[in-house]
Design a binder for this molecule. Sequence first.
Ligand code: PMP
Length: 310
Amino acid sequence: MATPTAYINGEFAPLADAKVGIQTHALHYGTAVFEGIRGNWNAEHETMYIYKLREHYERLLQGCKMLWIDVPHTVDELCGITVELVERSGYREDLYIRPVAYKAQEMVANLNLRALGDGFFCLAVPFGNYIDSDGAISCCVASYRRIDDTMVPPRFKLSGLYLNSILAKTDAVASGFEEAIMLNMDGHVCEGTGENIFVAHKGVVSTPTIESNALPGITRETVLGLLRGELGVAVQERSIDRSELYTADEVFLSGTAAHVQGVGSVDHRPVGSGGVGPITRRLQELYFPIVRGGNPAYAGSCTPARPRPA
Ligand code: PMP
């Protein structure tokens, strides 16, 4: 039995009681920073492993600096709050953990971030596959371009920024694709709507630089480390042309929610053989045990939490 729980305004509360008012600034303008963190249930260990918890909160606090949001906690405290939240929630299945730091002030007509008070909450909900496919998914290139650092910096997970992803994803799904790949303002490949992107060609794996307006993904870092360290595959962080998507041997996506996801086609053109390619497959085989606390060499990346009985 689980006990759905939130941490809000400095205390734990039943999730159903955790509410914000309709004048909340963040609700009107997207003035919030969030994270998506996974808790991966390991039945054998009877333990939830929270992957790269610190890294998520480090990124959250960077976004807070951008938005002048003051979170009254250190990274260590935020990690502690999250472990306690997971333990109190009591779930014994995979989780999505969502911390949000936001402009909490109930003041609607004020566009000066520094005039507004802040809030922080965190919740955890059961969460299986984000993309409902074990195979390789179909993607299109979105007509919406990835928003530029000179507009709203996409290197942080700023809530309002996600309208950009949401418009692209919604159009892609409406057109029968499973995911959209976004180009940046100069027409180079940027990322998926909620994932970083990798392109493999002749044994070399390339991914867009962060300066191409991609999110500095935590899974992206894991993937780069596995490619270089475990698989000995050459990696390039560089500008990628759209046309490379059509001629690649493999294309795959990475993200906390999506894990490592093969792409089988782009704009109806098969990628490689149209299935999950060999490099993608080897990455998946390495990645899943790591995030589930099953590879002792990576134990330092997994924060354990032991759900309390209800
Ligand atoms: N790009 C975007 C736009 C995202 O929303 C995400 C998900 N956070 C990612 C990439 C992947 O980042 P991460 O691996 O840190 O989840």
